[in-house]
Design a protein around this ligand. Structure first.
Ligand code: HEM
Length: 531
């Protein structure tokens, strides 16, 4: 069989167009990334072999011709994709940076720059392009309170976007994209977060906060990274509460798994914006960037195996084996979702209080008026609560995540039609710093939550635990952790920024990879009490 080479080139280019129009353009392909790569590599290897066999070419010539055909295929495919994204996509009229229309890789690349976290980058785009910005070939970022409620509110029928397959094949309450599975799992979790369960956790929260204070007392006068110490506290506490594992970060220094979690998170964080890259890398052995993630997962797997020997999954749900991806996913969720957000609030809160000594004095006055061992009294401290809220407003734990897809048939938001399959981003960071919602939005003014309510223009815009069917389950627990640790630390220590520091690394070195991880906060401590 002989086909003229020119016709072969035309056929290869046509195959590229067919691949785009027949396959790639029809929906999400993130989870198939590794298989797509495998099929293409296989085709590239088989083609020269077939050419040798069928056309009687020398190996050298077969490879040369195959290379030309591969190039024709790839060029046609990519030209078609780029043309579609610029001129034909249903999002073509939505304003946004030109490069972001063409590829999500631009977003990934931008987020490799640690000096500009994703939430700030998106906020800058709003200033340039308005309330609806195209931030990817198939993604829009929406600003404003109405859009947030439309996407996340109780009436919303939006579903989680491809980003949430990030743990695939594992799945957790916080990542499942199946609304039915989510609703039934959430019921199980709600028991664990009920007020009754919370009261049972109280003594453990005090125990770990006491352990933190004890360790800090041993380090008086020497510079320490308070951000890290708060992480030890929240990680140890979540380990014990959620997993019954004592990580002993507080007593014995950083547990290897915490270190591993940090590295894996840093290495993979920027890839969140194009989930297919992670799924592709997962399919390739020995990729350096994935090494720490694999190690973390192996640890989680082993640790869970050990843990599970003392419990059992209900047989009616198919037992442990069938539920393994869920059990492992929830296990990882507890470590990540439970620890990072609390760790984020505490050092930021102390930073603001140090910047505004009159606010610190007010909080201490409140603390002095109660028995801080009585959590119900701590819980009612108006100014402390206002300071926590104001800290969360300026530093949301999940500043730009919570990505969603519109329901079947698409939806109209802010006057723009968003077709189904589009990823929608609604950054809390921008919502909480919107001057339509808060007066002097960039300033830390706790009184807006107490004596100066006029500084809040729209109460409904303050939703750090988000709203709707997927709102945070850990709200009350997290507030308990924050209040108790803040109360004990502020009443026991005078905190000063460490020599040579100004404390701002806490913000300038923070990362926004789903949850925020704050930068270091180097301080020295002096004891306020000897008793
Ligand atoms: C200041 C602390 C915290 C804040 C501001 C916060 C915020 C949030 C937000 C915004 C979400 C929604 C994320 C999304 O849309 O994907 C979320 C989900 C969730 N959070 Fe938190 N969180 C905090 C602490 C905690 C803690 C301590 C836990 C305990 C394990 C926890 C457990 C969860 C769970 C289980 C979900 C998923 C709920 C669902 O899918 O139904 N959170 N959180």
């Amino acid at each position: 069989m002989f086909i003229p080479f020119t016709n072969q080139i035309i056929s290869a280019a046509a195959a590229g167009l067919i691949a785009h129009w027949g396959y790639f353009v029809h929906g999400e392909r993130d989870l198939q990334a590794a298989n797509i790569a495998r099929i293409h590599i296989l085709a590239a290897v088989v083609l020269p072999y077939l050419k040798c066999q069928l056309e009687d070419l020398s190996a050298r010539q077969a490879i040369r011709e195959s290379f030309i055909l591969d190039t024709a295929y790839v060029v046609a495919l990519f030209i078609s994709i780029v043309f579609y994204r610029i001129f034909l996509s249903p999002l073509r009229n939505v304003p946004g940076p030109f490069a972001m229309r063409i590829s999500k890789l631009v977003h990934v690349w931008t987020n490799m720059d640690l000096t500009l976290p994703n939430c700030k980058m998106l906020n800058d785009l709003r200033a340039e392009y308005g309330d609806v910005v195209r931030t990817g070939p198939n993604e829009v970022t929406l600003f404003g309170w109405e859009a947030y409620y439309q996407i996340h509110g109780p009436e919303s029928t939006c579903e989680r976007s491809a980003y949430y397959d990030i743990l695939h094949p594992m799945v957790s309450l916080d990542t499942t994209r199946d609304p039915v599975a989510h609703a039934s799992r959430r019921k199980l979790w709600e028991h664990a977060f009920s007020i009754k369960a919370l009261d049972q956790n109280l003594s453990l929260v005090y125990e770990y906060a006491d352990s933190l204070v004890e360790q800090l007392h041993k380090r008086l006068g020497t510079p320490i990274d308070l951000s890290l110490w708060f992480e030890y506290y929240s990680f140890d506490l979540m380990g014990m509460l959620g997993l019954t594992i004592d990580f002993k970060n507080l007593r014995e220094g950083e547990h290897p798994i915490l270190w591993l979690w940090h590295v894996a998170h840093k290495k993979l964080g920027a890839l969140n914006y194009a989930p297919w890259i992670k799924h592709l890398l997962m399919g390739i052995p020995f990729v350096e960037r994935m090494k720490y993630y694999h190690q973390f997962m192996t640890w989680a797997n082993d640790e869970l195996q050990r843990n599970i020997q003392v419990s059992s999954a209900p047989a009616e749900h198919g037992g442990i084996k069938k539920n393994w991806n869920w059990i492992l996913g929830d296990f990882v969720l507890v470590v990540a979702a439970g620890s990072d957000p609390v760790r984020q609030v505490l050092p930021c809160l102390i930073f603001y209080l140090l910047r505004q000594p009159s606010q610190l004095a007010l909080v201490r006055e409140e603390l002095g008026s109660i028995d801080i061992r009585d959590y119900h009294a701590v819980q009612r401290l108006k100014h402390l609560n206002a300071c926590i809220n104001e800290t969360l407003r300026l530093n949301p734990a999940v500043p730009s995540a919570g990505l969603r897809n519109p329901p079947k048939g698409g939806m109209t938001v802010n006057g723009t039609f968003i077709p189904e399959g589009t990823t929608i981003c609604t950054p809390q960071y921008s919502l909480f710093r919107d001057k339509a919602n808060f007066v002097e939005p960039e300033e830390w003014i706790p009184e807006r939550f107490t004596t100066r309510p006029e500084l809040i223009l729209n109460k409904s815009a303050f939703v750090p635990w988000t709203i709707g069917k997927r709102a945070c389950l850990g709200k009350n627990l997290s507030l308990m952790e924050i209040r108790v640790a803040a109360a004990l630390t502020l009443s026991q220590f005078d905190v000063e920024i460490a020599p040579g520091e100004d404390g701002t690394k806490l913000f300038t070195q923070a990362t926004d990879y789903f949850t925020t991880t704050p930068g270091p906060f180097d301080v020295t401590l002096k004891s306020r009490k000897t008793a």
